[in-house]
Design a binder for this molecule. Sequence first.
Ligand SMILES: C[S@@+](CC[C@H](N)C(=O)[O-])C[C@H]1O[C@@H](n2cnc3c(N)ncnc32)[C@H](O)[C@@H]1O
Length: 239
Amino acid sequence: MQGRFTEQDTERYYDSHDPLYRAFWDKDGSLHWGVFDDTTGNDFLKACANLNNIMVQKGLIDQNAQVIDLGCGNGNTSIWLSKSTGCRVLGVDLSGVRVQNANDELKKQSDEVKQRINFEKASVTDLPFHDQSFTHAWSQATIYHVHDKEKALLEAYRVLDYGGIFLFDDLIKPKPEVSDNAKKYVYDRLLFDTDFSFDGYQQALEDTGLPDHRGCRPLRASEDKLCPPFGASRRNQRQ
Ligand SMILES: C[S@@+](CC[C@H](N)C(=O)[O-])C[C@H]1O[C@@H](n2cnc3c(N)ncnc32)[C@H](O)[C@@H]1O
């Protein structure tokens, strides 16, 4: 499925909107969503941290992991990931402004942390890395922007090593028709265009050849008290 918004639209949007988001969302420039539960109350930033921790746990990320952060934005999560687990992280993002922000943030870290992290400007649809370079592909609040989502999923699969794990959260379109207001104030404002329902997403993952895509499942309110769809696919065999 090809989205309405081009990569140039998205790049321009994120290059220019950084100060606005920091002003009302998160001053450190982390831009995703969270899992609210008893430990977070209504605190958005705690809920974001909660989601990050859940993804680390479910993804079994430890000091041996080599992670690619697809759409790393300002790099906060990549830096947090490496600092909290000891893993190596390579963050890529379409926005040159954000990659610069991420590198500026990295300069403030210890030499030990700096050695484990790199940021590069690149599109998730055309990753400048060899096949099977990473143990984990991690992506938060990014794929919904991507013009050619199938290509992004194929690239994630390509750069994952055998047994690698793809962890992501994303927006889906739960029903085929949305109201004009939802379209105007949510979809268009966020440059969000997708035909992916949850089932459609699973089908797209299957089409990439991700072998264990059925492991992809949403967190349910009854399970982890949440909300956004959250997938974990384990690549454990060559197709
Ligand atoms: C909502 S932000 C999330 C950033 C980060 N993952 C976080 O959680 O803070 C979405 C990010 O995806 C990036 N992005 C969108 N399309 C992309 C693409 N095709 N390739 C790489 N990055 C992309 C944007 O530039 C932006 O930084």
